[in-house]
Design a protein around this ligand. Structure first.
Ligand code: ZN
Length: 75
């Protein structure tokens, strides 16, 4: 398969992930979660039972444009 090119400027893109730093503790790969955000009264998002997928991205080596995919179910 040909190396995917940037849809904005046509340069080479590199694969990567989006990191999620949870208040200085563990570092995780960020996830896409189905549905609009709803919160508990203490501010945490309600996520139970919602499908979630790990986010992977490609970053353009010239202009920095990011394209994201969420195809792999999160563990
Ligand atoms: Zn570009």
């Amino acid at each position: 398969m040909a190396e995917p090119r940037c849809t904005k400027c046509g340069a080479i893109t590199k694969e990567g992930v989006l990191l999620d730093r949870r208040q200085g503790h563990r570092t995780e790969v960020a996830c896409w979660v189905e549905g609009p955000v709803e919160r508990w009264w203490w501010g945490s998002p309600k996520l139970r039972g919602r499908p979630r997928y790990e986010i992977s991205l490609r970053r353009c080596t010239r202009c920095g444009f990011l394209e994201a995919w969420a195809t792999d179910p999160a563990p």
